[in-house]
Design a protein around this ligand. Structure first.
Ligand SMILES: Cc1ncc(COP(=O)(O)O)c(C=O)c1O
Length: 388
């Protein structure tokens, strides 16, 4: 009889994936389910990226790549960050990973020892708990509310920094809230963490999907932080499993050492194809899609307010809205379960993102076409009076 390791029991379950599984079962039974659960763009890679993939495949470029990734892609990424997000980095600071998931896992494994503690805001991206767990460290969640945009503040980090605390992990814009840390607060956070000789992991996976003016990378504030990013969100390539870490140049060999045995490399054909993401043709498409996301967000914010579903902080990025359901329910699992089964709408319960807001909030992902969002609002309007 196989006996699972203790960490399997300690690991958190990713409810968004569970909701997706249930939604799929209902679809197979012939139900029309609107998917506002999982954080996956409804767009796919632009044609030029697919064509480049096919060419790379035909040319036989499908062997292992260097553990750091192919150099032309690393150069494209450094140029992209320097041009779009105000940084001054070299391609040698970049390692290509299997999505941001692979990047987060490598970051935790490279920085944390057994018994260390990492601070995160609550609400947070739940998979991080498991990356930290697998590194032998522990997570300390700090409840954060609307007054700080559901993000960590320097003050709260200082109040929670303990003897075993080694660093912090934040996503900006965040999942599940779509809210960003202001540059002023991030400056204070980095200064405090550095004063403790700690580290900052900044997950910028939604950078580029910002809807309120120009945004810079956290690397413009400090060159020593470790930045995570991915082709999954802005580039609409979830299943291609490509991401990257930007780290100080002298730290890259440490990550490379682990990655070369844990992964050998990130998918090589996907790496060759991803170079085409930076062509003018693809970038134009991405900019248009970003505009479509913004329109969806604005549509939903108006409609949710009308339906008495408040959004405590207007999201400035990503494709999520963190919605207060307390006028209708004090149990987010039950609310989501009924919404899925009775109205055919899949959303993610607040319990997925930490205990602080577990039952008061749900997450709506608007990575779904506007006509489906309109249909979802019409269904919600009928559903809500039935659960009061
Ligand atoms: C904040 C955040 N980080 C990391 C990931 C993982 O993304 P991927 O592994 O697809 O790049 C996600 C996915 O939803 C996310 O929301």
């Amino acid at each position: 009889m196989l006996k699972p390791a203790a960490r399997i029991e300690q690991a958190v379950t990713f409810q968004a994936m569970e909701v997706t599984k249930q939604a799929q079962t209902l679809r197979e039974q012939g139900r029309d389910i609107i998917s506002l659960g999982i954080g996956e763009p409804d767009f796919t890679a632009p044609q030029i990226v697919v064509d480049t993939l096919n060419k790379a495949s035909a040319a036989g470029l499908s062997g292992y790549s260097p553990a750091l990734g192919i150099t032309p892609l690393r150069i494209c990424l450094a140029d992209y960050y320097n041009k779009e997000f105000g940084t001054n980095i070299s391609y040698e600071q970049i390692i290509i990973t299997t999505g941001a998931s692979g990047a987060l896992s490598l970051a935790c494994l490279s920085l944390l020892n057994h018994g260390d503690e990492l601070l995160m805001p609550d609400p947070y991206y739940p998979a991080n708990f498991n990356f930290i767990l697998c590194s032998g460290a522990t997570t300390k969640l700090i409840p954060c509310g609307p007054e700080e945009r559901f993000q960590l503040s320097a003050e709260k980090i200082a109040a929670n920094w303990g003897a075993n605390t080694r660093g912090i992990l934040i996503a900006s814009p965040s999942n599940p809230t779509g809210t960003s840390v202001t540059p002023e607060e991030l400056r204070k956070i980095i200064d405090f963490v550095k004063s403790k000789d700690g580290f900052v992991i900044l997950d910028e996976i939604y950078l580029g999907l910002n809807y309120e003016g120009e945004v810079k990378s956290g690397l413009t504030l400090d060159k020593d932080i470790l930045v995570i990013n991915s082709f999954s969100k802005f580039f609409n390539m979830t299943g291609w499993r490509l991401g990257w870490i930007i780290a100080p140049k002298d730290f890259i060999p440490h990550i490379e050492k682990l990655s070369s045995s844990l992964n050998i490399c990130a998918p090589t054909l996907a790496q060759h194809a991803a170079i085409a993401c930076f062509s003018d043709e693809a970038m134009q498409i991405y900019r248009e899609r970003k505009q479509a996301f913004k329109e969806r967000r604005d549509y939903l914010l108006t409609e949710l307010a009308r339906l008495n579903l408040p959004v405590p902080v207007k999201p400035d990025g990503a494709f999520y809205i963190y919605v207060d359901i307390s006028h209708y329910s004090d149990n987010s699992m039950d609310f989501c379960h009924r919404l899925l089964n009775e109205a055919g709408i899949a959303v993610t319960p607040g319990v997925d993102f930490g205990p602080a807001w577990a039952n008061k909030m749900i997450r709506i992902s608007y990575a779904t076409a506007i006509d489906r969002l309109k249909e979802a609002i019409a269904r919600l309007e009928k559903f809500l009076p039935t659960i009061k």
